[in-house]
Design a protein around this ligand. Structure first.
Ligand code: DQQ
Length: 537
């Protein structure tokens, strides 16, 4: 990393300086990937929001393209907030985004490329009829809670549909609009979906997924018998991205979750159980996959953010698909990331005794990709799960990596200092729930990550839906200076954290496999790669 900037990333997206938040309008056009993101040109805190723009041919290396959309008209003069791209029938990429008008109301606007033959899409023209959707006294839309239009989809009736995040009192909702020409939009008489008690839905995302465990992605307008739908919302109240899987009725225009997860107190499933927000997917028609991008905010203090001059990074783009169980999504870093891997360092099969650790040497521990597979466990030794332990994050915080268990904690110590004064622990614990049922807990423990106590060191955790009797347990962790992005169970559960070591920086960082249970565990294989720097100017 550059001098005095130990927390800047080597291969996760970030601009040279200043504040970033939500990504917006991702797409592929004429073989070029486009990423826009909320950006403050004037500083390291939120404000003055424009759409900064970068392009890529592999989703890993990025070239800045200036500002795609920025305040210029009354319908967006106080800010150009989040939105999405839709391909019109003639192939035009059309962006719907939220503008903040002179009355500070949230309204929806349309922009299209100035020159469609330019694959870099540098200049955007705003529609003269903007705003195309706005709160009025008649439609009783809350003018401060009406934002973030999704990619639109077209029904068999050739009518476009789009949803916009909103709320009425504590009821979160996806307000539905329809249009024949993408310019004149009419509000439907009902939302696509709503849920009591959740508060505001930011950055909704609504897309089809293929049933059966295939990794193929689907165009956003795709319907059919082998198709389920996903509704993701970013809950302003919890600051997490929650999703449900369900059925979309294209005639009634309603979405029904399989289990009304969003109504539960835990609000369904989450894309990521760490620091992660305002994500969005797009269909990559060139590779027939759906890609998920997300914003990782800081865990440092605002004072430290201003000192370092920047705030916010994005996750590695993840391919996303429906697990064959139909009960959850699976996410995996795009395979283009593997081009950055150096020579593999392999720790072959070995037993990790209770209370031991082994250092993985020969790898740039501050910028690495690590894959770990575990062998069969002696499950008879697992400790009992207390039936009152229902909150995985709470179990992980009470039973951190230094709390000795039986089968676990075992996993990785990343960004560790030489004497382990600092480290972040990503680990599992296996519990016995009944005679034939085991529960796997996945944790990311940041409590020892930094000697600087101004950081948020909250421990994260989730249950991982795998059966250790039949399935191999795996862990993949992407380490990038201040990012620890972990994938449990081949992408069934993800936890991303931000850490700011003071000792374990640059060449002084170490990587270990550890087992702090009383029982031994077997490493079937551990492979670690130093990661080259991506080109992200
Ligand atoms: N960020 C944008 C909003 C969105 C929020 C403003 C979510 O459009 O609701 O920067 O992080």
């Amino acid at each position: 990393s550059s001098k005095g900037q130990p927390y800047r990333t080597g291969y996760h997206f970030q601009p040279p300086k200043n504040w970033i938040n939500d990504l917006s309008g991702p797409m592929i056009y004429k073989g070029i990937y486009h990423l826009f993101y909320q950006y403050n040109p004037k500083g390291a805190v939120w404000g003055n929001i424009v759409w900064a723009h970068s392009t890529s041919t592999d989703l890993i290396n990025w070239t800045p393209q200036g500002y795609g959309i920025y305040p210029s008209h009354p319908s967006d003069i106080n800010g150009t907030w989040s939105g999405s791209t839709t391909f019109l029938q003639d192939g035009t990429p059309a962006i719907l985004y939220t503008g903040i008008n002179p009355k500070n109301q949230q309204v929806q606007n349309l922009a299209v490329p100035k020159n469609r033959s330019d694959p870099y899409l540098k200049d955007w023209v705003k529609n003269l009829k903007n705003p195309l959707m706005a709160p009025t006294p008649q439609n009783r839309i809350n003018a401060s809670s009406f934002r973030d239009p999704t990619t639109a989809w077209m029904g068999r009736d050739k009518i476009w549909r789009v949803i916009i995040g909103s709320k009425v009192d504590r009821k979160g909702m996806a307000v539905l609009y329809t249009s024949k020409d993408f310019v004149n939009w009419v509000r439907a008489d009902h939302p696509l979906h709503s849920t009591d008690g959740t508060g505001m839905w930011e950055c909704p995302d609504f897309f089809p997924v293929l049933v059966g465990g295939y990794k193929n992605g689907l165009d956003t307008s795709k319907l059919g018998p082998k198709v389920k739908h996903v509704l993701k919302v970013s809950l302003d109240d919890t600051k997490h991205d929650h999703y449900t899987i369900g059925n979309y009725d294209p005639i009634k225009d309603v979405y029904t979750p399989d289990h009304d997860g969003l109504a539960d107190k835990d609000f369904g499933l989450r894309y990521d159980y760490g620091k992660y927000y305002a994500s969005k997917t797009f269909f990559d028609s060139s590779m027939n996959r759906r890609i998920l991008l997300g914003w990782i905010n800081e865990s440092s203090s605002v004072v430290d953010d201003i000192k370092k001059g920047w705030s916010g990074v994005h996750t590695i783009p993840r391919t996303i698909w429906l697990h064959k169980s139909g009960k959850q999504l699976v996410q995996w870093p795009v395979k283009e990331l593997e081009k950055l891997r150096g020579k593999p360092v392999v720790v072959p099969t070995r037993v990790l005794n209770g209370g031991s650790k082994v250092e993985v040497k020969g790898v740039t521990a501050v910028q690495a990709d690590v894959e770990m597979y575990f062998g069969k466990f002696d499950l008879s030794r697992a400790e009992k799960l207390d039936p009152s332990w229902t909150d995985p994050q709470l179990i992980c915080s009470r039973m951190g990596s230094s709390v000795r268990g039986k089968l676990g904690p075992f996993g990785l110590l990343v960004l560790g200092s030489k004497g382990l004064e600092e480290y972040t622990a990503v680990f599992y614990r296996i519990f016995k729930a009944s005679d034939s049922k085991y529960v796997v807990l996945m944790c990311s423990d940041q409590s020892k990550s930094s000697l600087n106590n101004a950081n948020d060191k909250t421990t994260y955790g989730t249950f991982l839906d795998i059966d250790p009797i039949k399935e191999m347990l795996s862990l993949r962790t992407l380490i990038d200076h201040s990012i620890v992005e972990s994938f449990g169970g081949f992408g069934k559960s993800c936890i991303t954290s931000r850490v700011y070591p003071t000792l374990a920086i640059d060449g002084a960082a170490h990587l270990y496999a550890f087992n702090n249970g009383t029982q031994h565990v077997r490493i079937a294989r551990l492979t670690a790669w130093s990661m080259k720097k991506a080109h992200i100017a």
